[in-house]
Design a protein around this ligand. Structure first.
Ligand SMILES: Nc1ncnc2c1ncn2[C@@H]1O[C@H](COP(=O)(O)OP(=O)(O)O)[C@@H](O)[C@H]1O
Ligand SMILES: [Mg+2]
Length: 429
C-alpha cells in the first residue's frame, strides 16, 4: 500500500508513525510534513489546504490511499475531488464536513435531531440583530463565529460589554476573516469537557479510546488558549455507564441523523462534549482527529491502522479489528517561548538522538524543520512527547522524563498534564 498523508503537524506525525508500522505499507508521502515526519515519510512541499495542488500531486504519485489530517482540506472539498476520480481517501465529503465548517449548520443539525446540546439563542448574519439579541440572553453567554477561525472564534462572555466587543471585532471589523461573518449565540454549559472520537465508514463505527486535552497554556488551566498543550487517555477516564450514555444519546443519534439527512459521513468524527449535571451535551463536532488527542490515541492502537483506514475508504469497516492497549497514555507538548503569543523560530533542538530507543517514548514533531544536519523550531507547538504505559502515572512519568532530556531556547511545557485523571468518576456515574 502506498499512502499519502495530508498535513504537517503532530497529529500527522502520529498517523505516519503508526501507518509506517504496518507490514502492508511500502511507501508514505506527507504533504507538507515537517522536520520529524521527514524521517518516516517522503515530505512533499504542498499546502494541505490547496486542493488543486494536492490533487495534482496525487495524479503524479498515485497513492493507493490518502489520509487527511486537518480540517481545511476537507472543508475545501478534497474528498469530493478524490472521490469523483474513485481515488481512495479517508475524510468526509464537503457537505458532511460542514459539521465542523459551520457551527450554525452543526447546531441546526443537533436541534433537528434532538441531540443534547446547549440551547441556541439565535444565529445572526446582521450585526444589529446580534447586538439586539444580547437583551434576551442569560449570562454568561457563548458566542461562536460560524466558520473556521483557528480556535479563536469562540468566546464565553460574562457580560454585555464583553459580548458586544467580540461581535464588533468578529462581525464588524472582520478580525477573524470570513469565518466571522455569521455568529451563533448559545447557552453556557457547566461541567468537565471530554473528547469522544469515532471512526466511521458511513455504516459502522468504532470509538477511539477516550481522551482529554489541555487547552490553556499554563498549569492549572491558567493563561490564554492554545492549540493544545497536551492530552491524555486512560481506561478509567470514562466509566462504562457514561460511555454507554454517550454512545446511546449522542453518537448513535448523530449517525442516524446524518443518514436521515442523506449525508454520508466517512472518516474520523470528533465529538466535543460537556459533561453537565443533566448528562453529556455536544459542544462541537470536528471532522478529524484532534491534535494532540491523536498523539495520545495512536500510541494505544493495537491494530493495523493502514488496514483499518483502507477498510474505511472501502466502506467495510470492521469495528472488531480496533483493539487497544489497556492502560493509559500521555502527550506533553513542548512549546516555543512566548507561544501562544509572539514567538521566535529557528532555535536548535537538542536531546532527541536515540530518545525513542532509550525511553520508549515517541516524540511527534509539530513545528520543526531540518536545517542542514540540525533540527530547528518552526512553530509554536514544537514537539509532542508521547508515552503509553499500564497506568496514567507511568505514562506521565515516561513522557516527563523524556521531555526533561530535550532542550531548545525558550522551551516551555505544562507540568500538570493528566492531573484531573480520575476526577470524572465523581461527576459522571
Ligand atoms: N456552550 C458552551 N458552554 C460553555 N463553554 C463552551 C460552550 N461552547 C464552547 N465552550 C468552550 O469554548 C471552547 C471552544 O469551543 P468549541 O465549540 O469547541 O469551538 P472551537 O474548538 O472551534 O474553538 C470549548 O472547548 C469550551 O471550553
Ligand atoms: Mg473545540
Amino acid at each position: 500500500m502506498k499512502i499519502l498523508v495530508i498535513g504537517g503537524g503532530g497529529r500527522e506525525h502520529a498517523l505516519v508513525w503508526k501507518l509506517k508500522q504496518s507490514a502492508l505499507v511500502e511507501k508514505i508521502w506527507c504533504a507538507p510534513g515537517n522536520g520529524g515526519i521527514a524521517a518516516d515519510a517522503e515530505c512533499v512541499a504542498r499546502d494541505g489546504g490547496d486542493v488543486p495542488a494536492i490533487f495534482a500531486l496525487a495524479e503524479k504519485i498515485a497513492p493507493g490511499l490518502t489520509v487527511v489530517g486537518p480540517e481545511l482540506p476537507l472543508v475545501h472539498g478534497i474528498s469530493d475531488a478524490f472521490t469523483a476520480r474513485h481515488w481512495k481517501i479517508v475524510g468526509p465529503l464537503l457537505q458532511a464536513a460542514q459539521l465542523e465548517g459551520s457551527k450554525i449548520y452543526s447546531k441546526q443539525f443537533l436541534l433537528r435531531h434532538a441531540i443534547p446540546t446547549a440551547k441556541m439563542y439565535g444565529a445572526f448574519d446582521s450585526v444589529a440583530d446580534a447586538y439586539a439579541a444580547l437583551d434576551r440572553v442569560a449570562w454568561p453567554l457563548v458566542l461562536k463565529a460560524d466558520g473556521l477561525c483557528a480556535g479563536k472564534g469562540v468566546l464565553v462572555a460574562k457580560d454585555k460589554p464583553e459580548a458586544r466587543a467580540f461581535i464588533e471585532r468578529v462581525m464588524e471589523k472582520g478580525e477573524l476573516g470570513p469565518g466571522g461573518q455569521r455568529m451563533l449565540l448559545e447557552e453556557a454549559l457547566e461541567g468537565d469537557e471530554l473528547s469522544f472520537i469515532i471512526l466511521t465508514d458511513g455504516h459502522r463505527y468504532a470509538p477511539m479510546v477516550p481522551t482529554r486535552d489541555h487547552k490553556r497554556v499554563f498549569d492549572g488551566n491558567a493563561g490564554p488558549n492554545t492549540g493544545g498543550m497536551g492530552a491524555y487517555s486512560s481506561d478509567d477516564l470514562l466509566p462504562a455507564g457514561l460511555r454507554d450514555t454517550i454512545i446511546s444519546t449522542i453518537v448513535e443519534p448523530t449517525l442516524r441523523g446524518l443518514a436521515r439527512d442523506g449525508v454520508s459521513y466517512q472518516g474520523f468524527l470528533y465529538v466535543g462534549l460537556m459533561l453537565t449535571k443533566a448528562g453529556p451535551k455536544v459542544l462541537e463536532f470536528n471532522c478529524r482527529l484532534g491534535d494532540p488527542e491523536a498523539q495520545a490515541i495512536v500510541v494505544r492502537m493495537d491494530f493495523d491502522l493502514a488496514e483499518v483506514l483502507a477498510d474505511v475508504a472501502d466502506a467495510r469497516l470492521d469495528p472488531a479489528k480496533l483493539k487497544w492497549k489497556s492502560g493509559a497514555s500521555a502527550c506533553v507538548v513542548l512549546a516555543s517561548g512566548g507561544y501562544p503569543g509572539k514567538f521566535d523560530v529557528g532555535k536548535t533542538i537538542s536531546g532527541l538522538t536515540c530518545i525513542e530507543a532509550y525511553t520508549g517514548v515517541s516524540v511527534f514533531h509539530a513545528g520543526t524543520r531540518r536545517h542542514g544536519d540540525a533540527l530547528v523550531t518552526s512553530g509554536g507547538r514544537v514537539l509532542g512527547v508521547t508515552a503509553a504505559a499500564a497506568s496514567i502515572q507511568d505514562a506521565l512519568q515516561k513522557a516527563y522524563d523524556a521531555a526533561a532530556r530535550i532542550h531548545f531556547e525558550g522551551m516551555h511545557y505544562r507540568k500538570d498534564i493528566g492531573a484531573p485523571a480520575g476526577r470524572l468518576k465523581a461527576v459522571g456515574d
